[in-house]
Ligand binder design. Structure first.
Ligand SMILES: Cc1cc2nc3c(=O)[nH]c(=O)nc-3n(C[C@H](O)[C@H](O)[C@H](O)COP(=O)(O)OP(=O)(O)OC[C@H]3O[C@@H](n4cnc5c(N)ncnc54)[C@H](O)[C@@H]3O)c2cc1C
Length: 576
């Protein structure tokens, strides 16, 4: 069964669930024409169905090969990648100054879901390139941007993200890769990285590696980490490719699935050290790396959505075809498609609902990130940045969990065929790995996020020095004025709490008035037994209107109201 992009579901999540339409109306997207969204998604869906989805099985069966320090991908992959970049899909949300189309990240997020759903091993490659573009654009020097950014945006070269080492997985601060100053502004890097997605391949002429390393005089832990750009082939002054840099794939992982995506062990420094260029400042690599990581985390969340959607599509098709048993209430011979069975329907509906929820959260994250850079108003940008920072780890953790759950339900619907190669579903039965890469999910949610306002409202980034938040304008004034404002805010909050309390008291008395059923027919507020024994009276009277109450007139004397004198003038008690 081939893949079809669920365009309507995607548009619903994007426009209404994630709030793209509202953000466009509010003017946060400038002159962006939202009408092109449908056209872009339909075109992406067509490409995925025609080119990427058919390569999935080929890639998985053939896998990748490492020979003579070179990784070769499965047949048809380099060609598919060329067609994909030629159609401009790598540049959807890239900066316009470097050849990108400058479309919203939210649209690229929807496209990422399509690439992941149709061919997840293929979709991983641009995901990392996009992260590399973000980091270089935000933190790189003008010279580095001029040489590398345009090629990365167009997809002519791909990017990698290199953090993990054998002893440094979740704990990035434990990394040992060394960088030494070469004296000419460049650095020599030596060390080993593991698990590097698309660390080497034959789909492009050059690969740009983004590597975390430590300088000799760097402080311990994450505060002493710097980010370096290391090209596979050095680039000459005229832009042509020069000699091979000292960074090689020394092994490839044999994974449970995604056999077509090379996950490499990368070795630097066997021939004197890889030539690298600093991105950002020395010892502040974590800041740059977080820019990459957040982008990649959202991408991994979208992988989860893609895999869930594909599992749903396959399970639905299987349930419509596979015939077993009779539908409830139907007699006679023969069998019906399993989709008629209520439990199968339930599982399918659950799969679809969970996928939609994960999709909407991911798209909402992308919209928040868009608004955080596109809105004209600084306050709106700040609020959107905080929302994006909150949602990013949720989008990753929740969506990858949903990928697992939906796939598991899909296996259940397939029965035994869920584990058989020919249904193609087995290829999707091991989505656990998606929760793994780009960092531990729950820990990521706990760690201090960039752009996350601290308790005083300062928007701090990891590794910030004093004054950095102020320089970025993400800093709130303190002092007498701020203290007064805080006091006024506290007073206003207290007023609200008090009026809330008053409101609650009033409603409590009203409730008693309703339930007071003693013969005096007074309001609960005036009825002292009701006030003294509200529970004893109200529990018995609650469901019975006062006039019809069997308790009327028969309450023990102590439970009766004592009518006031002026009431007696008009109230006549029934004579016994
Ligand atoms: C398919 C794939 C592709 C990858 N691609 C890349 C890549 O391109 N670049 C790259 O740099 N890395 C990549 N990785 C590596 C990935 O980022 C790491 O696997 C991940 O960071 C976890 O590190 P680890 O495997 O060493 O696990 P460990 O750090 O050894 O953790 C083992 C377990 O302990 C838990 N744990 C650890 N510390 C804590 C804590 N403080 N609190 C709570 N729980 C904790 C973790 O959740 C995990 O379950 C990839 C991994 C995979 C599987």
């Amino acid at each position: 069964m081939t893949y079809r992009a669920p365009i309507n579901d995607m548009l619903l999540s994007l426009n209404h669930g994630a709030g793209l339409q509202a953000a466009v109306k509010a003017g946060h997207y400038g002159d962006f024409d939202a009408d092109i969204t449908t056209a872009v998604l339909e075109e992406a869906g067509r490409f995925a169905t025609d080119v990427l989805a058919p390569l999935n099985r080929v890639g998985d069966e053939h896998g990748i090969k490492l020979e003579a320090d070179r990784v070769t991908t499965a047949p048809g992959w380099p060609d598919a990648y060329q067609r994909w970049t030629a159609a401009g899909w790598n540049a959807v949300s890239g900066p316009e100054a470097f050849g990108g189309q400058g479309l919203p990240l939210a649209i690229n997020a929807a496209c990422t879901e399509i690439w992941s759903a149709s061919n997840i091993a293929f979709g991983l490659c641009p995901l990392l390139t996009l992260s590399a573009i973000e980091a270089l654009d935000a933190h790189g020097s003008d010279q580095l941007k001029k040489i590398y950014l345009e090629k990365l945006v167009s997809g002519e070269w791909t990017g990698t993200m290199q953090l993990t080492e054998p002893q440094a997985g979740s704990d990035v601060g434990a990394l040992r890769t060394r960088a030494e100053r070469a004296g000419d502004g460049s650095y020599r890097i030596k060390g080993t990285k593991i698990f590097i997605t698309y660390g080497d391949h034959d789909m492009t002429d050059n690969i740009v590696h983004f590597v975390l390393a430590r300088l000799p005089d760097a402080p311990a832990g994450t505060k002493g980490i710097s980010l370096f750009l290391i090209p596979k082939f050095l680039v000459n002054a005229d832009g042509s490719l020069g000699s091979r840099n000292d960074i090689y794939p020394s092994g490839v992982e044999h994974k449970l699935g995604m056999h077509a995506s090379p996950t490499c062990t990368m070795t630097m420094g066997d021939k004197g050290g890889a030539i690298g260029y600093l991105i950002g400042e020395e010892n502040r690599g974590m800041l740059c790396m977080f820019t990459m990581m957040n982008q990649a985390r959202l991408g991994v969340g979208l992988e989860g959505v893609g895999i869930a959607d594909r599992a749903y599509q396959q399970a639905l098709a299987f349930a419509q075809e596979r015939r077993q048993g009779r539908a409830v209430g139907k007699d006679g011979n023969g069998s019906d498609p399993i989709i008629v069975h209520p439990d199968v329907k339930r599982m399918l509906m659950q799969m679809r609902a969970m996928t939609a929820a994960a999709r909407t959260i991911c798209y909402a994250t992308a919209v928040a990130l868009d608004v955080s850079v596109r809105a004209t108003d600084a306050n709106t940008r700040g609020l959107a940045a905080a929302r994006g920072a909150l949602l990013t780890p949720i989008a990753k953790a929740f969506s990858t969990d949903i990928g697992n759950e939906v796939t598991s339900l899909g296996v259940q619907i397939h029965g035994g065929m869920g584990f058989i190669e020919e249904t193609d579903f087995a290829r999707r039965s091991d989505p656990r790995r998606h929760g793994l890469h780009r960092g531990n999910r729950r820990r990521a949610a706990l760690s201090r996020r960039p752009h996350h306002p601290d308790l005083r409202g300062h928007q701090r980034h990891p590794g910030d020095r004093p004054g950095d938040a102020k320089a970025r304008g993400q800093w709130r004034r303190t002092g007498v004025g701020a203290a007064r404002r805080a006091l006024r805010h506290r007073q206003a909050r207290r007023d609200v709490q008090r009026s809330d309390l008053r409101h609650r008291r009033t409603t409590r008395w009203r409730a008693r008035r309703l339930t007071c059923g003693c013969s005096a027919r007074r309001s609960a507020a005036a009825c002292w037994p009701a006030r003294r024994w509200p529970r004893a009276i109200s529990a018995k009277q609650a469901a019975i209107p006062n006039a019809m109450s069997p308790w009327r007139g028969s309450l023990p004397k102590t439970f009766r109201c004592r009518p006031r004198r002026w009431r007696r003038r008009w109230w006549t008690a029934p004579k016994p």
